[in-house]
Ligand binder design. Structure first.
Ligand code: ZN
Length: 132
């Protein structure tokens, strides 16, 4: 298992980590298997989608629309970030990607994104490669 460190800059932000994950997978020299990318936080997500500037903004807009901040959620009494936890639940905390011919078998338009929902913060993502 290896870790990727990420310093986020915005409260809500998509960060493409495809290059870092691909580097880890290719250094493992595993011909065939799976790769699990997992975020170790309760206010972040991991998703796969297209890296296009407009679409990344659209996703932030969607999160703000679906789960707005400050709607009287009970957890806001603790640390005022219920929206970030709820967005994390909707996004999911991990993705699994097949490895073929020694690299990630992503589709042409697929990129791996770390999604910050309560930034800016220092974050950590784990990458586990399983041969099989
Ligand atoms: Zn909290």
């Amino acid at each position: 298992m290896e870790r990727i460190e990420i310093r986020t800059k915005e409260s809500t932000e998509l960060i493409d980590i495809t290059r870092e994950v691909t580097g880890i997978v290719e250094r493992k020299s595993v011909e065939s298997g799976i790769c699990v990318i997992f975020t170790r936080h309760t206010t972040t997500g991991i998703i796969i989608n297209e890296n296009e500037a407009g679409l990344k903004n659209d996703m932030v807009t969607l999160l703000n629309l679906l789960i707005p901040k400050g709607k009287g959620n009970l957890h806001d009494r603790i640390d005022d970030n219920a929206h970030a936890h709820l967005r994390s639940v909707v996004l999911g905390s991990s993705v699994t990607i097949p490895i073929e011919n020694g690299t990630l078998a992503l589709g042409t338009w697929q990129s791996i994104f770390f999604v910050e929902c309560d930034g800016p913060r220092r974050r950590e993502v784990s990458v586990t490669v399983v041969e099989g």
